[in-house]
Ligand binder design. Structure first.
Ligand code: NAP
Length: 360
């Protein structure tokens, strides 16, 4: 397969660094552009990141001397150098919206981690195992933007990537009517480490700005369908969420309760999870986990520390399935928030788009 030339917009940030590690030696993608703010532009990547490298694995050596480009001033130049870009920047929402559209209009497809375009009706928000068909909206988006190649595709918020995958294979057959999720979210989701977030030690913080709204609303778009030139959101199930920040470095856990129109047996739920396999598995995309949902029989699993890195941090762990007194069932899920929930999920989406010819 052809190697696609890739840029990372926001390369110096926490998610950008993850992209660097995941894409270094990726079989289909080759990093040719690293871009960030004017603070970093013109410096080598090593100088620009300085002491801000936040990951346990070191910066890939072959990226150290790449000169960082200016993500907002060099749009056309960057677009001419790459087949597509990943984007993860910390800017105001309307600025991100405008920036991503500038890249798309410069014929540079954008695969984004940012939330700015998640509810633009012709921008697909994709978890590749669940709604890969939503990329079929891209021709309609290109028509609106007036582009031949450029478009924007986004991944969803990290919190829901723990519980939406577990509900997904139960939706059509058993019809989930309502779900309640309490999430216990890692500090890397706020771009923090224990060194930069000491107040989280021995503590739980019961508020993460905007997270509960995203956790309740975004699944509706993922379970929506294409109608004409837009994606129409699903209206069921009803989801309610509470999101807490906990002293865990990586890995978002969710305690989930749900009810069904046609209540399945416990064995039927376990079988649906075991058999759940999507387009990424069928196409054998490089980042796809072999088994998307892993069920643990042990009462004390999944645990963030033990299970977040399952299948390269791209699988979702589930455990503790049992009947509930108020809902039909309850269970616990875990996913790695910066791998499956951020850069890894975006890379898997890009692999799907590449396999379907959207970068050619
Ligand atoms: P971060 O560590 O603060 O990094 C921000 C990046 O944006 C840096 O590369 C920074 O460049 C760049 N940037 C800031 N202002 C800019 C400007 N005016 N023009 C161009 N580039 C600019 O943030 P992060 O945690 O990686 O998050 C990035 C995005 O991903 C956010 O939208 C966030 O909501 C989303 N996200 C994060 C996570 C997570 O787990 N952290 C998960 C999912 C989604 P400089 O270094 O030059 O300032």
């Amino acid at each position: 397969m052809k190697k696609y030339k890739v840029g990372i917009i926001g390369a110096t940030g926490m998610v950008g660094q993850r992209f660097c590690l995941i894409l270094d030696k990726h079989p289909w993608f080759e990093i040719v552009v690293l871009a960030a703010s004017q603070r970093s532009a013109g410096k080598t990547f090593k100088e620009a990141v300085g002491g801000k490298w936040k990951l346990a694995d070191p910066m890939p050596e072959d990226l150290e001397n790449i000169v960082v480009m200016n993500a907002t001033d060099d749009v056309e130049k960057i677009a001419s150098m790459v087949d597509f870009c990943f984007c993860a920047v910390d800017m105001k929402k309307d600025e991100i919206k405008a920036l991503e559209e500038r890249y798309a209009k410069a014929e540079c497809p954008i695969v984004s981690n940012n939330s700015a375009h998640r509810f633009t009706p012709d921008v697909p928000m994709v978890i590749p195992e669940i709604n890969p068909d939503h990329i079929d909206i891209i021709p309609a988006q290109r028509k609106r933007l007036g582009t031949k190649k450029g478009f924007i595709a986004v991944k969803s918020n990290c919190s829901l990537q723990s519980y939406v995958p577990a509900l997904a294979p139960l939706m059509a057959k058993y019809k989930v009517t309502k779900a309640l999720a309490c999430t216990y979210q890692a500090i890397s989701g706020a771009g923090r480490t224990f060194e930069t977030f000491p107040e989280i030690l021995d503590n739980v913080i019961p508020y993460i700005g905007g997270e509960e709204e995203k956790s309740e609303k975004e699944p509706m778009k993922i379970w929506g369908h294409i109608e004409g030139d837009e994606i129409v959101n699903a209206t069921e199930p009803t989801i309610t969420a509470q999101c807490l920040r906990v002293p865990v470095s990586d890995g978002h856990t969710a305690a989930v309760f749900c009810s069904f129109e046609n209540k399945p047996s416990k064995e039927e739920i376990l079988a649906a999870w075991k058999d759940f396999s999507g387009v990424p598995q069928q196409l054998k995309l490089p980042s796809a986990p072999k088994q998307f949902l892993h069920y643990f029989e042990e009462d004390d699993r999944p645990q963030a520390k033990l299970d977040r890195n399952l299948e390269g941090g791209m699988a979702v762990s589930v455990g503790r399935l049992r009947e509930d007194t108020l809902f039909d069932y309850k269970f616990v899920c875990l996913s790695h928030n910066t791998l499956r929930g951020a850069a890894g999920g975006a890379v898997l989406l890009a692999e799907l788009l590449a396999a379907k010819g959207y970068f050619d």
